[in-house]
Design a protein around this ligand. Structure first.
Ligand SMILES: Cc1ncc(COP(=O)(O)O)c(C=O)c1O
Length: 384
């Protein structure tokens, strides 16, 4: 049997209604929006606006027009970082950041300062205050680590950013659709999301939600046709056109629209509970295995209430890549080995440069699959 435990890379399978919606658009609608004003174009435009409204509602934000679509969170982070940060600007990040944050920051030659976290993922409040007093241009953090699943206390960080009027930008790649995110309660100015992970949409779909204040500070990224103010040869500053030049990914937006409806039907709390129950079941199985065969370490917090559904293992007597490959080739267990595009996080967990074997669960996974994975790891360890 095929077991898919790589949901942190992209979720699989996707809800059938998401696939149907994309097919429906391509078969029956197919036209562009914001250009022609015939009936199908207007109905497509309604779906796009409804999708913005659903994203705004999901993250408790008032202005649907401040929801911008991109091709993924990497593009969203690039737009915000490159539109806001200049050479030598100080930017505070968590030790968990993905290269989708680190590479654009390095490209613009920002001065990157890492937030100090203890092993329980708690930060030193006074240290953050000291940093925020020190001309920080922005604070950018991942809501949860894609290496370990550990969740950061973004509400506390956001509150302090607000006090010091420092823009607070969150990478929700691993949490959107899985954990509640409230931009108001968490004081988030820029919320970047990707459509194809917890939001259960297709690849090629992402976006960001941006506060009125941050729009003033973030310049345009690409310029081009928007279907609006076509008399002007400069990019309009109206939202969302300011950040959305060129034809949008309409099949992707239709897919995301349907997957958001699916998430609403299921309920984020129910999705989170299902994933946490599976995570707990998997972790208990691993701890039992470890008590008999102490051949690996589990990375990150031992606290399911503060984790997304990821378990990363560092094997001691056998190369991680060998375990990962054997799980894939012999047992058809799809997992991901290596540094997961987050060398910074692996340095924090002392798993750099060897990386880990990462198992990431989704709400379609089952306890039966977890049992099979545990049995397969056991067989590999026993074969040593
Ligand atoms: C924390 C985090 N940020 C950013 C990304 C990049 O996501 P995408 O490839 O959808 O842009 C990922 C994907 O693995 C991630 O886990």
């Amino acid at each position: 049997m095929r077991v898919y435990f790589d949901n942190a890379a992209t979720t699989y399978p996707k809800p059938q209604q998401m696939i149907d919606s994309m097919v429906d658009y391509m078969k029956n609608i197919g036209c562009n929006i914001s250009r022609g004003v015939y009936e199908d174009a207007i109905s497509a435009e309604d779906i796009v606006y409804e999708t913005r409204e659903m994203i705004a509602a999901l993250f408790n934000f008032d202005l649907a027009e401040n929801v911008c679509f991109t091709k993924n969170i990497t593009e969203s982070l690039n737009i915000i970082i490159k539109g806001l940060i200049k050479e030598n600007d100080k930017v505070l990040v968590s030790p968990f950041e993905h290269n989708a944050v680190m590479r654009p920051l390095n490209k613009v030659k920002a001065e990157i300062i890492k937030l100090k976290l203890n092993e329980k993922c708690k930060f030193d409040e006074q240290d953050l205050i000291n940093q925020l007093e020190n001309e920080i241009k922005a604070v950018i953090v991942s809501h949860s680590s894609n290496v370990s699943g550990d969740i950061l206390p973004i509400k506390q960080i956001g509150k302090l950013c607000k006090e010091f009027d420092v823009p607070f930008i969150v990478d929700s790649a691993q949490t959107a659709g899985v954990l509640p995110i409230d931009m108001k309660a968490m004081y988030i100015d820029g919320l970047c999301f990707t459509g194809h992970k917890g939001l259960l949409g297709p690849q090629g779909m992402g976006g960001f939600v941006i506060s009125e204040d941050l729009i003033e500070r973030v310049g345009t990224f690409i310029e081009g046709g928007t279907g609006s103010k076509s008399n002007l040869e400069i990019q309009p500053f109206d939202m969302p056109d300011k950040y959305e030049a060129g034809t949008q990914n309409l099949p992707g937006i239709y897919g995301l629209n349907a997957s958001l409806k699916y998430i609403e039907e299921q309920g984020i709390e129910a999705i989170c509970k299902k994933e946490r129950d599976l995570l707990k079941y998997f972790e208990l199985g691993l701890l039992d295995l470890k008590s008999k065969h102490n051949g690996f370490e589990i990375i990150g917090l031992n606290d399911n209430d503060n984790k997304t559904a990821i378990l990363s293992l560092d094997f001691k007597d056998i190369d991680n890549a060998v375990v990962s490959h054997e799980l894939q080739s012999k047992y058809k267990i799809q997992n991901r080995c290596g540094l997961h595009c987050s060398p910074s996080a692996h340095k924090f967990y002392n798993t750099f440069p060897q990386g880990t074997v990462r198992f990431s669960l989704g709400h379609y996974n089952t306890c039966k699959e977890v049992d099979y994975v545990l049995e397969s790891i056991k067989a590999i360890l026993n074969g040593l």
